[in-house]
Write a protein that binds this ligand. Structure first.
Ligand SMILES: *Cc1c(COP(=O)(O)O)cnc(C)c1O
Length: 342
C-alpha cells in the first residue's frame, strides 16, 4: 500500500526501535525518567523556550494549553478551519468550559488581523473575556500553509497589547520551518506556548511536545496528570522522540520535494483540479472533476490500486507526503491516477 492519508501513518525507524530497547527508564510522574528529561531539555532548547513537556498527543497539548490560558467561561479566538475547532471533539468546550470564537481562515492559514482585532472583547458584563488567540502552523486544512513570521509577530503584538496569550498549534511546525527556512525559536520568539507532534513527519510512533515558560509547563504537568496523561516509564516514547529531533528534521525537505513532484504530475491529469501554487509543504488538496467518476468512486478505485488517500465528504481529496513515501512511490501514484482517469 502507498498510504497518503496522513503523515501520522509513519512507522518508527530501526534506529528508533534500537533506541527504545536501550533507553534508560524511570518513573516520569516523579520526573525521574532520564530519557524523558533529555527529550524535554532538547525540545526546549530547539524551541527557545524555558521548558517542555512530553504529552501523548497533539490534541492533549492543545487542550492543556487552552485550559491554562483560558479559565472557564473565557474565550479563545481561533480559525474556523483549525484543527482545534474541527477535529478535537470540542474538548476545550466539553472539558474546559472555554467559549470558542471562530473567525474565517484564509487560504494561507491566516486570520485577518483586523478581524482578530474586532473580535477581542471589550470589558462588559455581557461578554466573555478574550484570553487566547490560537494559530495553526502549518495549517492542515489550508493546503498545509506555513504562516509568515511577520504575520505571527503582528498577531502576538496585538494579543500582548490586550493582555491576551498566543498559542501555536504547531503539529507540523518543522514543516513550516523547512518551507520558510527559519529555525523554530525564530518562529516562536513572541508566541506564549506551542505544541508540536513527534508522531507525524518526524516519524516517532507516538507523542507530542508542549513548550512554554517554566511556570506554564509546571501548570501543564498538573493538568496532564489530571486528564490521565502521567505516563510513568515514558522514556520508551521519548527515546524515539530524541531520534526524531536529532535525525528526522532534515529529511522533511524530501517530503516537500515529493509533494511538488506529485502536485505537478497531478496537474497534467485530465479530471483532476489542483492549484499547485498552494502546495508549500507536504500536504496536497485536489478535486475530481471527471465526467464519469465521482470523487468517492475515485478514492475507492485508488484503494484497489493500492493507493490510500483521504476524501472529505466528496468535496476534496487530501494527499500527505511523509518518510514512508519515496520518489518512486510518487511516480507510481501519478501513473496509476493517470490510468484510472483515462
Ligand atoms: C495532527 C494534528 C494535531 C494533533 O493530532 P493528534 O492526533 O492528537 O496528535 C493537532 N493539530 C493539527 C493541525 C494536526 O494536524
Amino acid at each position: 500500500m502507498i498510504d497518503l492519508r496522513s503523515d501520522t501513518v509513519t512507522m518508527p525507524t530501526s534506529t528508533m526501535m534500537e533506541a527504545i530497547s536501550n533507553a534508560k527508564l524511570g518513573d516520569d510522574v516523579y520526573e525521574e525518567d532520564p530519557t524523558v528529561n533529555e527529550l524535554e531539555r532538547l525540545a526546549a532548547s530547539m524551541m527557545g523556550t524555558e521548558s517542555a513537556l512530553l504529552i501523548s498527543s497533539g490534541t492533549m497539548g492543545n487542550l492543556i494549553a487552552n485550559l491554562i490560558h483560558c479559565p472557564r467561561g473565557t474565550e479563545v479566538i481561533l480559525g474556523d478551519l483549525s484543527h482545534t475547532f474541527l477535529y478535537e471533539n470540542g474538548g476545550i468546550s466539553g472539558l474546559g468550559g472555554i467559549h470558542s470564537h471562530q473567525l474565517p481562515n484564509n487560504d494561507d492559514g491566516t486570520i485577518d488581523i483586523e478581524k482578530i482585532s474586532n473580535a477581542i472583547r471589550t470589558d462588559d458584563v455581557h461578554f466573555p473575556k478574550t484570553k487566547l488567540i490560537s494559530l495553526e502552523n502549518t495549517h492542515n486544512k489550508c493546503y498545509g500553509a506555513p504562516l509568515d513570521i511577520n504575520y505571527i509577530n503582528s498577531v502576538c503584538d496585538l494579543a500582548h497589547e490586550n493582555n491576551i496569550s498566543v498559542h501555536m498549534d504547531g503539529a507540523r511546525l518543522f514543516n513550516a520551518c523547512t518551507a520558510l527556512n527559519i529555525a523554530p525559536d525564530q518562529v516562536l520568539a513572541n508566541v506564549d506556548s506551542v505544541t508540536f507532534c513527534l508522531s507525524k513527519g518526524l516519524s516517532a510512533p507516538m507523542g507530542s511536545i508542549l513548550c512554554g515558560t517554566s511556570k506554564f509547563i509546571n501548570n501543564a504537568r498538573y493538568i496532564r496528570k489530571s486528564i490521565g496523561g502521567g505516563m510513568r516509564q515514558s522514556g520508551i516514547i521519548a527515546a524515539a522522540g530524541i531520534i526524531s529531533l536529532k535525525h528526522m528534521v532534515n529529511r522533511i525537505a524530501d517530503d516537500h520535494e515529493n509533494a511538488q513532484l506529485l502536485a505537478s504530475g497531478l496537474k497534467d491529469i485530465h479530471g483532476i483540479d489542483i492549484d499547485v501554487t498552494k502546495v508549500k509543504t507536504n500536504i496536497i488538496f485536489f478535486n475530481i472533476t471527471h465526467d464519469s467518476i465521482t470523487q468517492l468512486e475515485f478514492v475507492k478505485a485508488a484503494k484497489e490500486r493500492k493507493i490510500l488517500l483521504n476524501d472529505y465528504n466528496g468535496k476534496h481529496c487530501r494527499l500527505v507526503l511523509h518518510s514512508g513515501i519515496s520518489k518512486n512511490d510518487v511516480e507510481k501514484v501519478i501513473l496509476e491516477f493517470n490510468k484510472l482517469l483515462s
